[in-house]
Write a protein that binds this ligand. Structure first.
Ligand code: TYD
Ligand code: MG
Length: 456
């Protein structure tokens, strides 16, 4: 039988019969390489080593919670689930320039200041550049061991020389290559192999490994998706251009929750932790203008108040324009359709813009009510009450549905001086500390936010 070579996409692992520039199954370009033919099934047995049996255990064996290494940067530690786990690997992704290197240097420096052994390997920047940044951030004195290297064998040889550090950062994984492969640095095969070697070192030595990775325009960590499978946690560092604050978000975490966020403000002296993000996100509220509604949201275990801003303009020619920032456009279309069908508004024909103030991204369905209120308010030209927060999910039938953790949201609103909350029906809270106004459906919302005359 003729030996068949197989062409394997290095991004998704799909096997193709012949080479092509684009992988049909995941859409990645230049990701297909020829791999040695797999031995026929059942064949090749002669070459295989004989397996050794291993003991199987039950689930209930008591094992201690893995020890955590807190860095001292509280926002970072919380997103990791209370610090980095010894022997684990995390991937920190983000657009170029968002501040990944700054964040990681800061975390390592704080860890080192508290007596930990931290190693920072920069593959992108020269030592001088890293030092310059450290001194700008006032961290030049922190005892971080700094190295500039890109070859994974060199890095491992260096690490093997001394006792294992508590924390190692590799900035960035896309620059690291192994001499075992001929492919250029940054290619999928290189990134995957280098990450694998580093992760294996972390597991064996008990060091906590931080890999920094760039994100492509499509929002994927550039290089293989497989790196995401290799590591224990994937964090994204995000921020809108032109805004000074940054959000660290976990999208995968084997040792903690994935809905936690950490909020930072980028200043001239590095990243500042923001302990009370609501105050920051509401800081630049647009006064008495129509179209602004404050959403009492929740990010992980933390309540977060943000302003949702809408602008509804008379339609121009052709298809109405829709633009969203920090919001899902499909969800906007749904709210507009429900407002039309169940609230009797003629809003779908208008140009509609929806913006989440401060550059935050909202994914919570409970934000529907705030968005709808902002839209109605903008359409009617009547500002919403200044002291009012909103939360509740809107169903396709036009009903307002309850949202989880109402009490937590209301507490935050009270803390920031709000005196009314527009909430789903049946929100029963003892002593909420502010006036609750239950709104059952979009019809009632239109009456509330548009004064009963919104565009009708
Ligand atoms: P950087 O950490 O290099 O981004 P990344 O590693 O994600 O590519 O940070 C880049 C930006 O941060 C840069 O445009 C300058 C800005 N910055 C500050 O505003 N203040 C600071 O103290 C530092 C260190 C950077
Ligand atoms: Mg960088």
């Amino acid at each position: 039988m003729a030996k068949l070579a197989s062409f394997v996409c290095q991004s998704c692992g799909a096997v193709h019969a012949k080479w092509s520039g684009k992988c049909e199954s995941c859409g990645a370009w230049n990701s297909i390489i020829e791999e040695g033919a797999a031995p026929p099934i059942g064949g090749g047995a002669a070459k295989r080593a004989k397996g050794r049996p291993f003991a199987l255990e039950d689930l209930k064996t008591a094992e201690d919670a893995p020890p955590r290494r807190a860095t001292g940067v509280a926002e970072f530690d919380r997103v990791c689930g209370g610090g980095l786990v010894a022997g684990s690997a995390i991937l920190v992704g983000g657009d170029p320039g968002v501040g990944k290197s700054t964040l990681i240097l800061q975390a390592l420096a704080e860890y080192a200041k508290r007596g930990g052994k931290a190693v920072y390997i920069s593959g992108e920047e020269a030592m001088g550049q890293v030092r310059l940044r450290a001194s700008r951030m006032g961290l030049a004195e922190a005892p971080v061991a700094l190295g500039s290297a890109t070859c994974v064998e060199d890095i491992l040889a260096t690490l093997d020389k001394g006792p294992a550090p508590g924390m190692i950062a590799i900035d960035s994984i896309q620059t690291i290559w192994t001499s075992a492969l001929e492919a250029a640095p940054g290619t999928i095969a290189q990134v995957r192999t280098a990450s694998f070697d580093l992760v294996r070192y972390a597991k064996a030595s008990g060091a906590a490994l931080i890999l920094v990775g760039h994100v492509t325009k499509e929002g994927q960590i550039a290089g293989p998706k497989q790196v995401e499978h290799l590591v224990d946690a994937v964090l994204y560092f995000e921020g809108e251009r032109g805004h000074h604050f940054r959000v660290l978000r976990a999208v995968k975490n084997r040792f903690g929750a994935t809905d936690e966020i950490g909020v930072f403000e980028m200043t001239g002296e590095g990243l500042q932790e923001v302990a009370n993000p609501s105050a920051l996100f509401l800081g630049d509220r647009s006064g008495q203008a129509p179209g602004g509604a404050v959403f009492a949201g929740l990010e992980g275990t933390r309540p977060l108040l943000v302003e949702v801003q809408a602008l509804v303009a008379p339609p121009g020619y052709g298809t109405p324009r829709r633009a969203v920032v920090g919001w899902d456009s499909g969800r906007l279309a749904m709210i507009l359709a429900v407002l039309d069908a169940r609230g009797g508004l003629g809003i779908s024909g208008h140009d509609v813009y929806l913006n989440v103030a401060g550059g935050l991204k909202i994914g919570e369905p409970a934000a529907d009510l705030a968005a709808a209120a902002a839209l109605v308010s903008s359409l009617s030209g009547r500002p919403l009450p200044q002291d009012c927060v909103f939360f509740g999910e809107i169903s396709l039938a036009g009903d307002v549905r309850p949202a989880p953790q109402a009490e937590l949201r209301l507490k935050e609103a009270v803390k920031l001086g709000f005196s009314t909350a527009v909430v789903p029906p049946g929100t029963k809270i003892q002593n909420p500390g502010l006036k609750l106004r239950e709104i059952a459906d979009v019809g009632a919302l239109v009456d509330f936010a548009g004064g009963g005359a919104a565009g009708r």
